[in-house]
Write a protein that binds this ligand. Sequence first.
Ligand code: ADP
Ligand code: ZN
Ligand code: MG
Length: 645
Amino acid sequence: MHTEQSERNPEVIASKEQKKHTQKESPGIHSEIGTFFKLPKNFRFSFWYFLVIILALSLLNSYLSTGSSTMMIDYDEFKQRIGNGEIVRVRISEDLLTGYPATPVGTEQSRLTGDDSYSTYSVEDPGFISLLDSNGVEYFATPPEKPSLLTTMLSTFFPFIIFFFIWRFALKKMQGGSGGGGVLSFNQNKAKIVAEGDTGIRFTDVQGVDESKWELEEVVDFLKKPERYEKVGGKIPKGVLLVGPPGTGKTLLAKAVAGEAGVPFFKMSGADFVEMFVGVGAARVRDLFRQARENSPCIIFIDEIDAIGRSRSQSGFGGNDEREQTLNQLLVEMDGFDSRSGVIIIAATNRPEILDQALLRPGRFDRQVLVDKPDVVGRFEILKLHTKGISLDASVDLKRIAQAAAGLSGADLANIANEAALMAVRGDRQVVSQQDFEEAIEKSVAGLQRKSRILSESEREKIAYHEVGHAVSAYLTKGASPVSKISIIPRGYGALGYTLQYPTEDKFLMSESELLGTIDTLLGGRAAEQLIFNEVSTGAGNDISRASDLARQMISEFGMSEKYRNITLPSTTKQGLGGAREYSEKAQEYIDSETARIIAERYEIVLKNLKNNREDIERITQILLEKEVIDGEEFRTLAHSLTNG
Ligand code: ADP
Ligand code: ZN
Ligand code: MG
């Protein structure tokens, strides 16, 4: 009955999403250029044709520009040769000086070197012309050379052409080689929406979540015989939301529903939608539902729906428009069809608290199925399932392993079975031993403890006493509702353990003794901690605030105080719906002191009762520690020896 703050970290989630976005940015840019090029539909352009053309052009180019060859020399050597009279003519161009010898072609030297002129890079040298003049060298200048048209064309268009090919390549990759459809048919990207004919998963492949299975059986039944429901007109859920910590088998259950019913299974992950280009997420949702309608009866499964279904108000400033569009489209599609059309939407999340309320409204995901971590029996069943294909040593005791794996999920257990088998392989053994399992668990639990998912032995004990304290107090107090279940299996979010009472729904009318009984039960957790450990913990925070709220209401609203019996204390202001009342200073003082008095009195009584039954409490706690869950019947049998007074 106590809660711990559920771990939320919207900032981290947001930054992760952003990363995904940037990774996919480049294809988005390319698509815009795609429209600019406007390619004909069956434009087939082989890279090899292109290469041949380029080669031919460059050959032609070099052929056209072949001229005489020349020998590059240093500038001072060039001047020297002029001084020597070797060079008789000089061509001056923008950055090159070319000197022609007296006998240009066919000299001994030119034949040897293959050169018939000397060239050098021109240097800023004011005395150069006078040098030429004084040596009687002819000279002439040529204008800067104009590049050929071909070179210009190539150098201008070449980058574009390369870019074009990269773009085409990226596009092909993105489409995953799926044939058909024009190059630019983004809007109907069907590549990822493929129905699985048979998921191959049955309910027997999912263990330890019996209650969730029972709830889903109705869905299976409906998918098998939709006509029957049509006739009777019974209410069939349109959407089922599987809620539970990671790795408890939500995805597996959804597949099992499809497998049991023998209907196609359309799966999409919420994260897939978010990665999409602008406008594509919504288009995909539309497409998904269209296909589902064509293939009904069938199941649409949206895994990790929190990725798109996050509350719109929570997305903060600069929210993700794309995600919102996708979510809106999903809502529109869900409203747009009758559940009797034979399509059932199953979604899974481990963060139900961040989902947009619109998703949970009637006619949408109006049914929630809790898929919780398995208890000790469930863990045993899951271990049995996942060790089917593994040869086990006679020493292996799966029951003991299940006990040691408290707080672990189905996925953790599957992982442990696998890890144990790997250890045997590494040790070069044919069969897996108990030792292998123990090591695998240690490894897994150590990892989880770091994530503070698993409780230490002493914490577990504290929680067990706390819960038994609630249950025993409820049993001993006249007005309290009977206990229906005590559990110390840590739930993914919220309670570390809990005690349930009948009736679980709110009562509309409560007598004074029932109110006091509720307060006693709430205080019982902390009182048990006090009794056994002589110290209280934060675990009871929620219990305490609920108990004091109740006591305060008794005084101020229900007229159950001693001094102002049957009088509602007047509040000076009463704000609108659900607003807090404000009392005069004097009235407030009275309310506070009376509240404190009630709580203190009740706490004394509860503590005394627990003290008188200390041995029984210890006995029941040991059983709870062992079994993790005790149901109402069992508890009443165990509690038989409890005495009041
Ligand atoms: P979730 O979707 O709740 O995060 P998954 O369904 O993806 O969990 O579970 C991952 C894997 O863990 C499954 O493929 C299966 O091998 C194993 N597993 C999880 N829960 C169970 C279970 N209740 N029974 C059997 N195997 C399970
Ligand atoms: Zn509690
Ligand atoms: Mg999953």
